[in-house]
Design a protein around this ligand. Structure first.
Ligand SMILES: [Zn+2]
Length: 282
């Protein structure tokens, strides 16, 4: 009997006949047939259609049982969600509501032999919170949808907070950078000017060349001039024969201050040497 046959006259008639909850054990899950009593069930089991169904079951028992188990669990959880979403409730109460629907998947066709076994399964797989009391097992539906929504909300909130925090830090850093820049401002503007000035010169290639050659020329000229005017030779005493540079003269004492250049005494400073002991070198 297919699921879509429930509107046929026969199906309707059967439902009318089967009004009220009948003994669950006279239900054949394989054929989805409710028998009214033991005799009816025996007759059904002898029927060709049932035998055919049982043959199919024998060949695919695992798949069929797991299929019924899945359906049983899903329907049971749907009922929990519908009727006991936010409350802790006795497992037997829910089960009685569940089997009140005559077309429910019967437990004897699932992998669970007893309600207790099924309840433990719900607890183990995290689909319900379960706890055992003197009055039996109690179950509380775990609302995955709400939980997911809640987690999502919290995650977004956290992300938002993180972003706010980051922005705050960013602003703080910017503030510190600005303060540091203000402190450095005079120094930096000098540097900037220098930096600006240098590239300007460098950019004017011809100007740079001129500047360099002129500068070099001037320095060399100066050095030459200096050496020509201040170069001296020591002609008497211990440093006789040494070349020296005239650093200054003491006209009152008729002395000169010289620094020896080259030779073994190179660099030696003589603070006072008499005029007669040196002579200028052209
Ligand atoms: Zn059957």
């Amino acid at each position: 009997m297919g699921k879509n046959d429930f509107l046929t006259p026969k199906a309707i008639a059967n439902r009318i006949k089967a009004k009220g909850l009948q003994k669950l054990r006279w239900y054949c899950q394989m054929c989805q047939k409710q028998c009214r009593d033991e005799n009816g069930f025996k007759c059904h089991c002898m029927s060709e259609s049932h035998q055919r169904q049982m043959q199919i079951f024998g060949e695919n028992s695992d798949r069929i049982v797991s299929g019924y188990s899945e359906e049983f669990e899903q329907n049971f959880l749907d009922l929990m969600k519908r009727s006991h979403r936010f409350s802790r409730v006795a497992a037997t109460v829910v089960y009685n509501e569940f089997i009140n629907d005559r077309h429910h998947v019967h437990m004897n066709s699932t992998q669970w032999a007893t309600l207790t076994e099924f309840v433990k399964h719900l607890g183990r797989t995290g689909k319900c919170k379960v706890d055992q009391t003197e009055k039996g097992w109690f179950i509380t539906y775990i609302d995955r949808d709400s939980e997911t929504l809640f987690k999502e909300k919290m995650k977004n909130k956290r992300l938002k907070l993180d972003m706010v925090e980051e922005e705050k830090q960013e602003r703080e850093i910017q503030k510190q950078i600005q303060m540091a820049e203000q402190l450095k401002a005079p120094l930096e503007s000098d540097q900037e000017n220098e930096q600006k000035a240098v590239p300007k010169e460098l950019n004017l290639e011809s100007g740079v060349k001129i500047g360099f050659s002129l500068g070099g020329g001037i320095i060399r000229k100066e050095e030459k001039g200096e050496s020509s005017s201040k170069a001296a030779r020591i002609v008497n005493g211990a440093y006789r024969g040494s070349n020296a540079r005239l650093l200054g003269v003491d006209t009152e004492k008729f002395c000169a201050k010289v620094q020896i250049e080259k030779g073994v005494y190179d660099g030696r400073l003589i603070k006072a040497i008499e005029y007669e002991d040196i002579c200028k070198v052209a």
